[in-house]
Ligand binder design. Structure first.
Ligand code: RP5
Length: 171
């Protein structure tokens, strides 16, 4: 990947099984990305260095995934004016509610676009990044429209399948 438009940071490599869904989604749209592990608490200087230089390197959107007291997305947002999307990770006994609140409840002034906890959030963070990039990339916008169309097709097919199942079971 030579010209990453999306930067993805995760607080720990233990977040990767969830973050992977963001990568596969970006890849399916042909969007280039870069990924690194950087923690707001364990490696604050690394987070500051990455976030402070991302825009000048051509990155357009940053996705941050973190669990527990998840300050990563907010700290990144404090170092850049790029849009920052947060994925709360379920990493503790609190089931991800801790990271959801830590990521979403930013005080006014430094926004973080927070997605849902876990894999759905990872997929949607990537789709939202694609939507942001698509505002200035017509080809990507067309791909996003196709994706939505395919989803309509898939849901309709599920409904048809259910109809057959109900008929077979005399319901
Ligand atoms: C957070 O703490 C990470 O994002 C991860 O979700 C959680 C646990 O990290 P590890 O102890 O697995 O490295 O900072």
């Amino acid at each position: 990947m030579s010209n990453p438009l999306v930067g993805i940071l995760m607080g720990s490599d233990s977040d990767f099984p969830v973050v992977k869904d963001a990568l596969t989604t970006l890849k399916s749209f042909g969007v280039e990305y870069e990924v690194l592990v950087a923690s707001a608490h364990r490696t604050p200087a690394r987070v500051a260095e990455y976030s402070g230089s991302a825009q000048e390197r051509g990155v357009k959107v940053i996705i941050a995934a973190a669990g527990a007291a998840a300050h990563l997305a907010g700290v990144i947002a404090s170092h850049t004016i790029l849009p920052v999307l947060g994925i709360p990770i379920n990493a503790t006994a609190l089931g991800g509610l801790d990271s959801l609140l830590a990521t979403a409840q930013m005080p006014g002034g430094i926004p973080v676009g927070t997605l849902s906890i876990g894999k759905a959030g990872a997929k949607n963070a990537a789709l939202l990044a694609v939507a942001i990039l698509a505002t200035s990339d017509q080809e990507l916008a067309e791909r996003l429209k196709e994706f939505r169309k395919d989803m309509v097709g898939a849901v309709t097919a599920k409904s048809e399948k259910l109809k057959i199942l109900l008929k077979n079971e005399n319901l």
